[in-house]
Design a protein around this ligand. Structure first.
Ligand code: PLP
Length: 468
């Protein structure tokens, strides 16, 4: 059965549930499976045309093993994906936009971004586990916009969880902010930090690495450092790939990414046996990943605001997971790279590793004017409005060398109405929010503004977390 180890050193391997409840490993590393399972080819061949939940069960079972009692996974998947939280019966529909090109629409969940796909599942699973064990949990998270609302929406009804979400003040779109701050629940706390997303993420990491706080509040995280999110995101890649002919035919994906979480899930799907041909990383002007693939050096630059704010990131946390495998699980080497990254804001890999990495990913970048142009062109050629993140992904698809005989899927990571200003600027059309969110701009907001100060934040969380 699969167990989980930290990227920073194997230690005592953990079960899926321990890893999901913990979020970050105690040594500051990220959890990865001790070995990658291989999905059976016949099983994959049978998945085409089956419901999203069947694909999910097939992908998740090997990663969960006996950590859940029989029947629980199926029940939780049903609650997450088949009780109306998603407004499309396919859950993740493929829409054709060119001769061999598709968009995978990942915005049919309650907060209109792909993050709902993992978090709706995790919320139900947390609820189930905590109900059984009678424990309480404090979830803390940093968001550049979409994680926060997806987490709040998934956890607001979990009475055994207090949720604290940090967002960089004034750096998320109004719709993104309001999807978080208009939730009026006694167990949900929105904190606007005077800083960047990376500052927020560093605060969360520091709190998770504080054993005292961890023990007192039972802290956990639901951003993409949590393995359960990566696992749940592997499902829609598989769902799309089998729909387009896998395992008999290869499929390529292009993914707008910042924290490397979403595209890492695509890489994971390749590891478990899906014929993923090309995986293309789409960066905006915050192009640390693209520069890495060009130079072999990961070097932090200043975070610049862009039209795709959910990717305004200079520290791609999940890259550490990939790096660990790229370094053939040489934990010492990995630790050296991570501490260099922390102290001198940079690390590099040798030529062999760079060559391997380039064989596994293509990496492109998209400027704001190119993002606008892509949204406009997509609308002109297909009649489809796309959001600026999707535009970065689509631009990356067109920039990178694609084999025309292989279907290529661009992940449509958010609904255009989450970013109405950019969409209107590009196309002249202001996309409307879906009916269930129509009054979002009129609802009252609940938010606490705080400086970028670990001590003040810790005090706040300690005093607000309702301990029972
Ligand atoms: C979160 C988010 C991203 C970036 O996802 P990663 O996990 O960092 O790869 C891209 N687009 C949208 C719309 C998002 O919400």
């Amino acid at each position: 059965m699969i167990r989980y180890i930290s990227t920073r050193g194997p230690g005592e391997p953990k079960s899926f549930l321990d890893v999901m409840l913990a979020g970050l490993a105690p040594d500051g590393g990220l959890y990865i499976p001790d070995t990658w399972p291989e999905l059976d080819r016949d099983l994959l061949a049978r998945l085409s045309g089956t419901p999203y939940t069947s694909v999910a069960a097939a992908v998740m079972e090997p990663f969960i093993g006996s950590a859940l009692k029989p029947g629980v996974l199926g029940k939780v998947l049903g609650q997450a994906y088949e009780t109306g939280a998603f407004d499309h019966s396919a859950i993740a529909p493929l829409v054709q936009i060119g001769p061999n090109a598709w968009l995978l629409e990942l915005f049919h969940g309650p907060t209109l971004s792909f993050k709902d796909y993992a978090l709706q599942f995790m919320g139900r699973l947390f609820d189930h586990i905590l109900e059984e064990s009678g424990e309480k949990l404090t979830i803390i998270g940093a968001t550049s916009g979409d994680t926060g609302s997806a987490a709040i929406e998934a956890l607001r009804h979990c009475k055994n969880i207090n949720t604290f979400i940090l967002h960089p003040r004034d750096r998320t779109s109004e719709v993104q902010r309001r999807q978080m701050t208009t939730v009026d629940a006694p167990n949900v706390f929105n904190i606007a930090v005077e800083g960047t997303f990376d500052d927020c993420q560093a605060l969360v990491k520091a709190m998770l690495a504080d054993p005292k706080l961890q023990g007192d509040l039972r802290l956990s995280a639901v951003n993409s450092i949590n393995w359960a999110r990566i696992m749940a995101q592997m499902v829609y890649y598989t769902f799309a790939a089998v729909a387009l002919g896998a395992p008999d035919r290869g499929v390529s994906f292009s993914v707008p990414t910042g924290n490397f979480g979403n595209v890492y899930a695509g890489w994971g799907v390749r590891r478990i046996g899906l014929p993923i041909q090309q995986l293309t990383i789409g960066s905006n002007r915050n192009d640390i990943l693209t520069r890495f693939f060009e130079t072999g050096e990961m070097r932090i630059d200043k975070v610049m605001p862009s039209l795709s704010p959910s990717m305004d990131i200079q520290i791609s946390s999940n890259f550490e997971r990939y790096l660990c495998d790229l370094m053939r699980r040489d934990h010492k080497k990995l630790n050296a790279a991570m501490s260099a990254f922390k102290t001198s804001k940079s690390f590099d890999v040798d030529a062999t590793m760079l060559q391997q990495a380039r064989g596994e990913f293509a990496a492109e970048r998209t400027t704001d004017p190119e993002t606008l142009q892509m949204m406009r062109e997509c609308y002109e050629h297909t009649g489809i409005l796309i959001d600026p993140h999707t535009a970065v992904g689509l631009h990356a698809t067109l920039q990178s060398q694609q084999d025309p005989t292989i279907p290529v899927v661009t992940l449509a990571c958010a609904h255009p109405s989450k970013f109405p200003d950019a969409v209107e600027q590009a196309t002249g059309i202001r996309p409307e929010l879906p009916a269930r969110l129509a009054d979002l701009l009129d609802r009252p907001e609940y938010v606490t503004v705080m400086p970028n100060d670990l001590q003040k934040l810790t005090n706040f969380i300690r005093s607000e977390a309702r301990q029972t």
